[in-house]
Design a protein. Structure first.
Length: 86
């Protein structure tokens, strides 16, 4: 999987790996099952959490590889994607 994903260029917009934490209380409520983990996108220090900054890293890298020197995006007044792109 890592090799397949490594084919896609990406800009280093996220300074470190996203925190992954276990969910022991949920597992206790379920009673049994596989180990449960949650990826803490809200802990990314830049980009307003979630997948926005990871997607932007891929889009911006592709734009740079294609020779673009400007990114244009659109969104609502409160668009976190537009804020991250700016």
């Amino acid at each position: 999987m890592r090799a397949a994903l490594a084919r896609f260029p990406s800009l280093p917009l996220v300074p470190a790996a996203t925190i992954v934490e276990p969910l022991p209380r949920l597992l206790a409520q379920l009673g049994r099952g596989p180990r449960l983990l949650i990826k803490r996108g809200d802990a990314i220090p830049f980009g307003f959490g979630g997948n926005k900054i990871r997607k932007l890293a891929l889009v911006a890298a592709r734009a740079r590889a294609d020779g673009a020197d400007t990114l244009v995006t659109a969104g609502g007044v409160q668009s976190n994607h537009a804020r991250a792109t700016a």
